[in-house]
Design a protein around this ligand. Structure first.
Ligand code: GLN
Length: 513
């Protein structure tokens, strides 16, 4: 098999070939490292790659297989890790200057699991600074480019992980989703991303943005691959106090059931508030097609209303900055990363802290710290933070009522396709508005998936989002798998086969080049 062919395999396909001894993890990992070297100068999905270390890990995976060890289903399949997850001995920047040289002394639980399962780690992926943003343009290390159109954003904050997967630089990636940072990048790059139920995957070692909203999850090119990765990283972790004690939901079995076209008597609810005005016509067209397909497969589709969702942006952009302002207080020039003396005047604790935070944080992070500090301040706490928490309860109740009638909810993952780099950079509010479809799930703690729904009128990918009740993540994979199978059949192959060839990447990318 040629190195190019190896990078086009799904993780599940690669895993089967590894199990059958037809390819080695070293070959598979090398093929991805070569692909990264060829196309990443144009895409910039990675902040750092670890070729030598990845190949060592691949060699160890091959050796373990040769020795007949009992291996995880994904053993030997390489993975990319969002730079928000602590990696022992490897710089973890969170896309920020303030952590430019921070080398964690431990692995995040999910990273530890990935290593224990013998998935070679290709590198750390780019992200908006401290996961604040929807475009990866707020990275202190320059933006990532959308593989479908290099002048466009790959989504955010996890644009690096989604672009790495969509550009065939990695078959699997990890992301984090506080308000959509896994799902929206998946949507605009034509890949699959899942935000698990809050507490379903450990947050230990995930650099905290807003602890009550943050969740780690899988990114890949197929629903089955995200399920396989979900199963690997999920489960109880005593190191995370919000970790659920439930077993991991049967996501792989559900994905396979869906892929076989079996959606049983699935009841699908269209969320009235997540569509219509402000949504791009091409996005809505693909959404309607997805609904037709689900109905053809035997699902019932009805409209449901979640009226409190109209307040979700307001609530999110108070709760998230409030928690972030508190979480980011730990970057005080004493404990982590950067430490700068003031340009003039005496160096005291306060002036060093001030100079370091001024130089170390970018504009978006400062904006949110100021907003959060204001919302939490004595005179305003009840009016802003307190009200936002009440709205959060209303949103949870709306979802509960909806899930009394249907099994899953469906909406476009994002109101538009990928916008141009720079287009919304000077207009934070316009950027925030695009999060309307993804943030309700985080506010309610429920799981969500984004699967490719086709191309809009501008030739760019559209994502279809499913939401399920807390702990019912399996429904996402069943519905997502069924839609994926039906659409791939209609397209005559995966959507990403239609993506243009990338500079440096040869001609294998498809027609649109
Ligand atoms: N785009 C959202 C924000 O800017 C979500 C970010 C995230 O999920 N980390 O806050």
């Amino acid at each position: 098999m040629s190195p190019t062919d190896l990078t086009r395999l799904s993780a599940a396909e690669a895993a089967t070939l590894l199990q059958d001894g037809q390819i080695s993890s070293v070959e598979l990992t090398q093929a991805h490292l070569d692909r990264i070297e060829a196309v990443d100068p144009a895409v910039h999905a990675f902040l750092k790659t670890m070729p030598d270390r990845a190949l060592e890990e691949a060699k160890a995976a091959d050796a373990a297989r040769a020795a007949g060890d009992d291996l995880s289903p994904l053993a030997g399949v390489p993975i990319a890790i969002k730079d928000v997850l602590a990696t022992e001995g490897l710089v973890t920047t969170c896309g920020s200057k303030i952590l430019e040289n921070w080398v964690p002394a431990y692995d995040a639980t999910v990273v530890r699991k990935v290593r224990a399962a013998r998935l070679p780690i290709l590198g750390k992926t780019n992200m908006d600074e401290f996961a604040m943003g929807s475009s990866t343009e707020h990275s202190a290390y320059g933006p990532t480019h959308n593989p479908w159109d290099l002048d466009r954003i790959p989504g955010g904050s996890g644009g690096g992980s989604a672009a790495a997967v969509a550009a065939f630089e990695a078959p699997l990636a990890l992301g984090s989703d506080t308000g959509g940072s896994i799902r929206q990048p998946a949507a605009v790059t034509g890949s699959v991303g899942v935000k698990p139920t809050y507490g379903g995957v450990s947050r230990f070692g995930l650099v905290a943005m807003a602890s009550s909203l943050d969740q780690v999850g899988p990114v890949a090119r197929t629903v089955l691959d995200t399920a396989l990765l979900h199963e690997l990283i999920g489960g109880h972790d005593p190191m995370d106090q919000t970790s659920l004690t439930d077993p991991v939901p049967p996501v792989v079995a559900a994905a396979r059931q869906g892929l076989a076209g079996d959606i049983g008597h699935l009841r699908v609810g269209i969320v009235k508030e997540l569509g219509g005005k402000g949504f791009q016509p091409g996005v809505l067209a693909r959404f309607r097609e997805a609904l037709d397909l689900l109905q053809q497969l035997g699902a019932t589709v009805e409209e449901v209303s979640c009226p409190a969702l109209k307040y979700s942006l307001g609530a999110y952009y108070l709760i998230m900055p409030s928690e972030a302002s508190s979480n980011l207080a730990r970057f005080d020039a004493m404990r982590y990363g950067l430490r700068l003396a003031p340009e003039d005047g005496p160096a005291t604790v306060e002036t060093v802290m001030g100079a370091t935070r001024w130089a170390g944080f970018g504009d978006e992070v400062k904006r949110r710290i100021i907003l959060g500090t204001y919302a939490l301040s004595a005179g305003y706490y009840d009016a802003y933070y307190g009200s936002a928490q009440k709205v959060r309860t209303l949103i949870q109740r709306d979802f509960e009522a909806a899930f009394n009638r249907v099994d899953v909810l469906v909406s476009p993952t994002a109101p538009t396709t990928a916008f141009k780099l720079g287009e919304k950079l000077d207009d934070p509010l316009a950027m925030y508005l695009g999060d309307i479809t993804t943030i309700p799930a985080n506010l309610a703690g429920i799981p969500g998936i984004s699967v490719p729904g086709g191309l809009a009128e501008d030739g760019l990918p559209v994502g279809i989002q499913f939401l399920a009740p807390a702990r019912a993540d399996a429904f996402l994979y069943q519905a997502g798998g069924a839609l994926e199978a039906a659409l791939v059949e209609r397209w005559g192959g995966p959507l990403l086969d239609q993506a243009p060839a990338l500079p440096g990447g040869g001609q294998e990318g498809g027609e649109a080049a």
